[in-house]
Design a protein around this ligand. Structure first.
Ligand code: NI
Ligand code: MN
Length: 227
């Protein structure tokens, strides 16, 4: 499967013949200045929560991709629905089978509000699968025992995208434990280096994962890789 990292928690994935885009926060990211959001293709825009550093480019990308569907918790999906985006609202514990595969909304321990302070529902992660693969996009979250429910309720994960930057989310030490909780050996790190609060010691982070028999991938912004 092809994955492109757009910086922070923004990823594009080709999955089930569709382009999935996660948490687009690109234009305000100084480290992602070389990314042209007009070149991004999206059939589905999946949003973990309403914080600005996960939604700021949604409307622009949805306008460029008029058939794209915003998939998120009820409040966040409806927020973009009110701004003219197609949307599919979901909520925790629920799953839905789309034309690319099944999406299950799982818990995240974090907060969520829109940039103006309005309520944005409860933050979420997603487990997404089809006959070919299964992966977990954790969103912004602390390490939580709820992650142990994922191997009990979803297919075996091929990889997981976890925040590792600390301060606003779990740091890499807890993320390595999260990898064990979700029973996954291949982890893509995100939510690091964007701001001063979340600068990552990459060597220490990779070492912490490898000591648990896990691989931590830290792609370059703009890099497309196969997983
Ligand atoms: Ni957040
Ligand atoms: Mn965030």
């Amino acid at each position: 499967m092809k994955i492109t990292f757009y910086g922070h928690s923004s990823f594009g994935l080709e999955f089930g013949g569709k382009n999935l885009l996660f948490d687009p926060f690109i234009t305000p990211n100084e480290k992602a200045k070389h990314i042209d959001i007009n070149s991004i293709k999206a059939d589905y825009i999946l949003l973990s929560h309403g914080h600005q550093d996960h939604i700021v480019d949604v409307e622009a990308i949805a306008k460029n991709n008029p058939d794209s569907v915003v998939v998120s918790g009820f409040e966040t999906a409806a927020f973009f629905g009110n701004r003219g985006c197609k949307f599919h609202p979901m909520n925790h514990g629920g799953k839905w089978t789309f034309d690319f595969g099944t999406v299950k909304v799982v818990n995240a321990v974090h907060s969520s509000s829109f940039p103006d302070g309005a309520y944005a529902g409860h933050p979420a992660g997603f487990v997404i699968w089809n006959d070919d693969a299964c992966f977990y996009f954790a969103g912004d979250t602390a390490l939580t025992m709820d992650m142990k429910l994922i191997p009990m309720t979803c297919p075996k994960l091929d990889f997981a995208i976890l925040p590792v930057g600390d301060n606003f989310t779990m740091g890499y030490e807890d993320a390595a434990i999260a990898a064990e909780f979700v029973d996954c050996d291949q982890i893509v790190g995100c939510h690091y280096d964007t701001f001063g609060y979340i600068v990552l010691d990459k060597a220490a982070a990779k070492d912490t994962f490898s000591k648990r028999g896990k691989t931590l991938l830290l792609p370059e912004i703009g890099e497309t890789f196969e997983i």
